[in-house]
Write a protein that binds this ligand. Structure first.
Ligand SMILES: Cc1cc2nc3c(=O)[nH]c(=O)nc-3n(C[C@H](O)[C@H](O)[C@H](O)COP(=O)(O)OP(=O)(O)OC[C@H]3O[C@@H](n4cnc5c(N)ncnc54)[C@H](O)[C@@H]3O)c2cc1C
Length: 155
């Protein structure tokens, strides 16, 4: 069980408004698009940048608190269900495209970037990003990479 002191540490790192501990708030993050799987997280934490992620991970490592990262929760493998409790790490704030390198054909993104936003951004440069899961209007790059997601354009 996560102590009040540790919850307060999380609030210091990301701001109280980015730590959810209410039952109703946690319930929303106890399941994803996968049928028949549900488990309550002890807290839901939404970091705003990489430094905050690192601090949260350090606290969880020291306290042996499980971490379940979450993009938009559209996966169909119960990947964001916190079956061992702990925290859900929500990447909704980290949704910036940091660099489109046209010479090396690489893109640097934060994990919460919505797939379709990235597709549109590279298309504005005349480039093509093929992976097109049908959830692309809502799914995130972090989720896509972890689930190896794609669609018919990959053919
Ligand atoms: C209607 C619908 C249509 C779909 N169509 C397709 C399709 O055409 N093709 C396809 O491949 N899939 C499809 N899916 C499945 C799903 O959309 C994909 O798996 C998608 O990539 C999940 O993205 P997400 O942002 O919702 O990730 P989430 O569901 O939030 O997370 C997926 C996994 O990634 C991990 N994760 C997320 N962010 C991070 C991070 N920053 N760091 C580390 N781990 C992270 C999570 O812990 C979890 O294990 C569909 C799902 C639905 C509901």
């Amino acid at each position: 069980m996560i102590s009040t002191q540790t919850i307060n540490t999380f609030k210091t790192i990301v701001g109280a408004e980015n730590v959810i501990t209410s039952s109703a708030g946690r319930l929303v993050y106890s399941y994803d698009a996968t049928p028949n799987f549900q488990s309550m997280p002890e807290a839901v934490i939404a970091p705003r940048n990489t430094a905050e992620v690192a601090q949260i991970v350090t606290v969880c490592r020291d306290k042996k608190i499980p971490i379940v990262p979450r993009g938009s929760g559209t996966n169909l493998a119960a990947g964001t269900v916190p079956s061992e409790g702990g925290i859900v790490l929500l990447f909704k704030h980290m949704n910036n495209i940091l660099e489109i390198d046209e010479e090396n054909l690489t893109v640097t993104v934060q994990p919460g970037v919505v797939t379709l936003d990235m597709i549109k951004a590279v298309e504005q440069k005349g480039l093509f990003y093929p992976p097109d899961p049908s959830s692309m209007k809502i799914s995130t790059m972090g989720g896509n990479i972890n689930e190896n997601s794609g669609g018919l354009r990959g053919l």
